[in-house]
Design a protein around this ligand. Sequence first.
Ligand code: IPT
Length: 959
Amino acid sequence: MNAELSRPAADLLTEIESIAPPEGTCPPRAWLHSDAPVLSLNGTWRVRFSPSAAETPDDGWQTGTGSGKDWGDLTVPGHWALQPRAGQGTGAPWYTNVQYPFPVDPPHVPDDNVIGDHVTRFKLDDRFLPHARLRFGGVEAGATVWLNGERLGTIRGSRLTHEFDLTGFARAGDNVLAVRVFQWTAASYAEDQDMWWLPGIFRDVEVLARPVGGIEDVFVHADYDPSTGDGELTVEVSSDGAAVIDCPELGLSGVPADQRHPVAEVRPWTAETPHRYRVVVSTATEQVTLQVGFRRIEVVDAQLMVNGRPILLRGMNRHEFDPDHGRFVSPERARTELLIMKQHNVNAVRTSHYPPAAWFCDLADELGLWVMVENDLETHGFVSGHFDGDPAKEPAWRDALLDRMHRTVERDKNHPSVFCWSLGNEAGDGDNLAAMADWTNDRDPDRLLHYEGDQRSGKVGLWSQMYTSHADVLAIGEGREEPLADPELQRHRSGLPFVLCEYGHALGTGPGGMSEYQELFETHPRLAGGFVWEWIDHGIRTTDDHGREFFAYGGDFGEPLHDGAFVTDGCVFPDLTTKPALRDFKKVAEPVRISIADNRVTIRNGYDHRDTSHLSFVWTAGRKHGELDVPVLESGEETTMTLPRKAGSGTVTVSALIAEDLPWGEAGYEIAWGQRVAEPPPVPTVRPRRRLDDRGRLGPARFDGRHRLTSLFGVPVSGPELVLGRAPTHNDLARGTVRVGDGSADQVWQRQRLDLLQPRLLSATLTDGLEVRQRWGALGQQAAVITTMTWHADDDAVALSFRAEPEGPWGDYWARIGLEFVVDKVIKKVTWTGGGPGQAYPDCGQGARQGEWSATVDELQVPYLRPQESGARTKVSRLGLERGFVVTGEPFGFTVRPWSQAELVAAAHPHELPTTDRTHLIIDAAQHGVGTAACGPGVLPAYVLTPQPAALELVFTKR
Ligand code: IPT
């Protein structure tokens, strides 16, 4: 103990560094919808900050009004670092992933430890007396709580609910609530999740009236027997009064609690058919309403089964995040999130890596999503010391860790959506986790247990890994995994379904390889699917010195240690606009598969539990369209039918649409599609009628003395230049767990100097046009690409035939091979025929389909929070640049942006990209895949762009 500290400061430090469970709180229980009065204490509170325990005044503030010059206003719920007006020196948001932002010295915390003293005053009437509870939904990173100057206890477990009994503390009329919140506590060691460190009272604070003879807790068991269709309802009630159950829909009226009630022919709950029954539990003084879902979760023959049928998790890892409010997310916003998920064929959520706000599972119950509720536990940063001292194994932490799990399970135990509990994320392994597992299995045997950190998986119901390669997932699917040494553990694990609790890391452009995972999931019964990492970018909305708004990531607040943009790996942007990753996921995870061969359409129902009666099917071929009369298909059923003759023999799309409005999607909303793509039209032939004149004119094209284009149809254009490189994506910058060649893609490219190519003219021949042969060598390198560009023209068209041959010692692969044209004017809009509307790369872009598209150049860009290669469209046969020219060709890829690749590389945020008066057009013959090397396997072999000959046939016309 620090000898210089005054007694109160020393006591405060002891309290901050305590690893005991919270003190003075009520036993954890369900978050119930009761008719007992509730008083919300959300609103404007008074707050003052001290920079450390040693400097925290001990001045009787707990009964004060929070007035004086040190005090300011703060909105509760809210993180103080996101309310800079609340006070000076409160610390800024701080992002780290695995590493702790303080020395690993448990249970000690640094001296720099902002302490926020919060005060609010409120009135209570008789309804809250003599018994009431004070409930906190979440306080980071722990607190001490006083009511009317009397200490109620402590909060430990930032995303966990804490209740205090106010009996004997609360009084009629005015009350003063004082909460001392700490930036760091010993509990911070257990809360090392990959996210911003954001202290504060960030969830609701309420006073709950507790009637005498009321309902303390409820545990609903609603089983469904798939063989009979019958259910059984048991409602365990803890109350000091007699409780009865009512559910008119089930014919239950005033039946006793704590007994089994068989109910014939119930409609079961599934994520696809979220049918709930309203059950009311009453005592003489309180009524609690529950929304009950009947279902049975089992593991049978290593398959994850619900209600007797296997399910496939098409999941997302969801952090709670709002760009303005951090981990305070409003129910309205969360509902929007879940609607977006449902609309993109997401059927499951892992609440990474802590329990969400209490009402979250109500929304999941209502809208239909499988939820894995994860405990608030991660000790990842101990990895730097080989998990020495990891709370998961230190006996002194046992009670605190068990307490966390109790709070997690007890609060959410009545939700049908919750199919699984998770002990936490990345917390090593140890006896404390084993104790938590035992307790959970015992408390709630009707759900599965998950924990990825211990691969022996002895106490869990799902075998789980993260970022496993496709090859290893295949091996597991086929039961060919490396067996565990212990035969008993091996026997247990080989009987478990397998999930990827994280995969498809969605950082930046990508993720590549999702389809290949999905195919494995759909092929091997043992593979129960997974959860993409992750749902949302945690970018904090802020402004730069010029007042320009942007979404900040690690380092943008001057953090001395941080993990940069690694927190921007969501499928939606911070403002919930969708990223290409989500649109691709929607296609990859389609619950209905549609394929078309010749004029035969095959439709397969891939839902786990429901038929297709909620869908209608339409075909579209250009401007023609019509309905398809598809019989209702049961889960797993398939039908094949002939397309109407009217659909013709060209490109045709068959879509599955929502037939009538659903709670999460309007009639006409497309949930799945399949396409038959017609051969692209032949590239128009240009009969060479023009010769290069001595002023460099070749029909509508003009060239300079070095045979470089200077204009096309009067539009100033320079180039084309060979491009082999790209502005590295996050994935290109990382090594990946499975990779081709040595190091990251970017290193492979840097070694080849792909972005430093220099041309040398080999020959320029005047044929019936112009043939230019060049050698493109990289600075300092012997390897080269020999290109031949043959130009022809008539009065209205210019043809370019491009051939490229690599020569010499190239590295393992290129980023792309294409031609870059720089148009010396601003192009605002483009139209194209080909893949769209969104971006595509060889191993992603599943959401793109063949069609006629138009977009502004701005819309073509994907505003990843750190700029990088993005926005490519592929399989394009015609591209029109508004007030520019048109390019027709054998299918090519294009990228149109106002920036050079170097400008993209230089910008750390989208708002730093310069305003230019140029337009860069890259026409690609091929690109390298994107993979997920930033976290997981790199580009799969099929998508590696080895140095190889390439060709493009392009025709330029005015329109
Ligand atoms: C994994 C974490 O579980 C997750 O929270 C997130 O950090 C993710 O990585 C990367 O974005 S852990 C990693 C070391 C595999």
